[in-house]
Design a protein around this ligand. Sequence first.
Ligand SMILES: CC(C)C[C@H](C(=O)O)[C@H](C)S
Ligand SMILES: [Zn+2]
Length: 424
Amino acid sequence: MRLFIAVFVLLVAVHCEELFNGDQVLRIHAESKDHIQVLKELEKDVDSGLDFWTHGFSTERPVDVRVPHASLYAVKDFLKENNISFAVMINNVQELLDRERAEMVSNTEMERNTKSFNFAAYHDLDTIYSFMDTLVASHSNLISKVKIGSTYENRPMYVLKFSTGGENKPAIWIDAGIHAREWVSHASAVWIADRIATDFKENRAPVPDVLSKMDIYLMIVANPDGYVFSHLTVRPFHRLWRKSRSVTSNPNCPGVDLNRNFDAEFSGPGASDDPCAEDYRGPSAHSEIEVTNIVDFILSHGNFKSFMTLHAYSQLLMYPYGYTGSNAPDQPELHDVATQANKALNSWHGTIYKVGSIFHTIEQASGASVDWAYQHGIKYCFAFELRDTGEYGFLLPADQIVSTARETWFALRYIMQYVSDHPY
Ligand SMILES: CC(C)C[C@H](C(=O)O)[C@H](C)S
Ligand SMILES: [Zn+2]
């Protein structure tokens, strides 16, 4: 009997790990309004099992979609019947997942044996949280850890505060990981936290000057429940989870897209009211505890001058608005700051980003954090979509983490310097 159970468990484990075997990511090129309409219909059909990795359909930008193995032939035939061209971007998603998992297992071993922290690796929530404690302990004169509340599943939400003292100084907000599967955003934020600390300690511009005038608040994991879920290795394993993990009106479809739940044109076009959709906005603005924790913290502080959020992927540096194509009142200045920040980013590894408003660069999005911050008087609001442009998508190899983080830092520090030099 015991042998039978062991074999059964092994089979289940293997099956669980093989959830994405044979899945492919197709890069689809819409060439007409009809094509866009067809893709919109496909995206609306949440039962199709299609996982749209990029949103916002246009003839200017391709759409990336993960297609379950079982649907591959049907989807490819459908696209061919509609004369919609596509290419296979990722041939077998499971192969990338297996490599990523193997790297994480060996890295955990290495870190345990050497009692070190490897910035060129992805880490689970507990390891990120203990990294934060170590960083605070090593720089207690500069950094403190602030708990801003708990998540739906009752995990703590932490912000690292970088301050040289003073009461309620003007402040800069940076968050990462509001979408769980965008692992390079969390990993970049870990590296950036360490870089702010070392640049201050080594008196490397512009950090000391910025921190003489402002505080910096860095939230490495804005969606802890979703991030933990994306690290699970047994059913209901889902490395490509985007949303939170709250219960919704549909018991089969938990989770809200936290970046559609902010009170900024909430429920407008650019979010879905279907709990099974990847961009489900939630039942009402700020219905999600993770969002209210961030909103309440920022409003009670009351002196933020910049709000920046890190996402992945597509290599974009964006500013408000997402909910409308109209220009924000500060659009000329925001565009100029983003353009200069992009030059700083590009100067290091030559990585090419596009710059523009969210609406015109990626898609219409309602309820987004950046629009909410801007509408609450925080002028210097930016959203980053980090590497890459689709070769690996959300499954960016860990050996690109440090170069991604460093080039992002070059852009962030340009913006921070500009904000501290332009008080308002
Ligand atoms: C600033 C926004 C609109 C980011 C965007 C999203 O939230 O969908 C990415 C595609 S994840
Ligand atoms: Zn995102």
